[in-house]
Design a protein around this ligand. Structure first.
Ligand code: ADP
Ligand code: MG
Length: 346
């Protein structure tokens, strides 16, 4: 066997295996790019659960026509430039992998215009083969179109589920986003019909909006909202805020457990354990608590570059974070603990 360098398209398709699992992962990457570009309104058009079409349009800063080829080049990003940037990264993206990966497994196009440019431009890519950059009228912002996901990767296409299921994954991810970014307007259509809309909730970026009872009601329903306890605590450079449900409102599965670290939706075993412990003596065995919790800390205290899809993070002081979350929630639940006999019906 001789050793040879793999062609770019194949390298991107291999990376796509990690970043792009299903239509919901494409929506996640595209919407995160829109948020990183400062979008206030994001329109998402879907067909056939996103398999036939995913189109994400934003009103963010846009991309210069001459930069469009770079945006779809591997390891090209505007978000970090050094290891120091990586260690304190505040944007959702930074790996420069999403667009080239997605473009290598779909019929893709990227159209954009910056505020100060006369007109926009579009760059089509088909299965990783880059087409011709052409001028195209476009409002300020960016539109990414992804058609026929995995059309050239039959092994992957085989794993896609029914339209309803794929749409469900997309909607679940958008729900978690709507909780974290209530200041952004999100509109979704599916097969040409409006399917979801989250209005922008007034406050600009502030916590009053993040912890808005209105958004909690919209996303997770009246039962949770009526049973929600507000959490707000800061100590030792850590801050935890959001909502936890009184023990009387509990779930058979972990389907209403939303955790964000510096605004990024993540799964974390250690924090999940800390929450579980805090509820240990107020919940029946086997029942799951419901919560929407935002943990904020110095970005240097947390490594977000653990997984290509960034579902997980690693804390520098994991024990400290665990105990902080546990103590905060234990205290927040103290009132319900006093009334435990009255609450024990759930
Ligand atoms: P990353 O987000 O990790 O930087 P991507 O492959 O997702 O990598 O995007 C590459 C680059 O393209 C980004 O760094 C950004 O400069 C630009 N870009 C992508 N999407 C948008 C968008 N919606 N608006 C503005 N710029 C964008
Ligand atoms: Mg990105």
């Amino acid at each position: 066997m001789t050793i040879h360098q793999l062609p770019d398209t194949l390298v991107n398709q291999i990376a796509a295996g990690e970043v792009v699992e299903r239509p919901a992962s494409v929506v996640k990457e595209l919407v995160e790019n829109a948020l990183d570009a400062g979008a206030r309104r994001i329109d998402i058009d879907l067909e056939e659960g996103g398999v036939r079409l995913i189109r994400v349009r934003d009103d963010g800063g846009g991309i210069a026509a001459s930069d469009l080829p770079l945006a779809i080049a591997r390891h090209a990003t505007s978000k970090i430039a050094s290891l120091d940037d990586l260690e304190s990264v505040a944007t959702l993206g930074f790996r420069g992998e999403a667009l080239p990966s997605i473009a290598s497994v779909s019929r893709f196009s990227l159209a954009s215009r910056r505020d100060d440019d006369g007109h926009g431009a579009v760059l089509p890519v088909e299965g990783g083969r880059i087409g011709t950059l052409a001028p195209k009228p476009h409002p300020q912002g960016t539109t990414v179109e992804v058609r026929d996901l995995f059309y050239n990767v039959p092994a992957r296409r085989k794993f896609l589920r029914a339209e309803r299921t794929e749409l469900g994954h997309i909607e679940e991810w958008l729900r978690s986003l709507a909780l974290a970014r209530p200041e952004v307007e999100l509109r979704v259509t599916h097969n040409g019909k409006p399917s979801r809309r989250y209005r922008a909730l007034g406050v600009l970026g502030g916590d009053a909006a993040t912890d808005s009872p209105e958004r909690l009601l919209e996303t997770l329903g009246g039962e949770f909202a009526r049973n929600a306890l507000r959490v707000e605590h800061a100590a030792a450079g850590l801050r935890l805020h959001g909502w936890i449900a009184r023990p009387a409102y509990n779930r058979a599965s972990a389907d209403q457990q939303y955790l964000y670290v510096n605004g990024r939706s993540v799964r974390d075993r250690s924090i999940a354990h800390a929450v579980k412990q805090a509820y240990a003596d107020v919940l029946f065995h086997g029942r799951q608590p419901a919560y929407v919790l935002f943990l904020e800390l110095d970005p240097r205290g947390v490594d977000v570059n653990v997984h290509p899809a960034k579902h997980e993070v690693r804390f520098r002081e994991s024990r400290l974070v665990h105990d902080f979350v546990h103590r905060t929630l234990h205290a927040a639940l103290a009132g319900t603990r006093a009334g435990i006999t009255g609450d024990a019906s759930g």
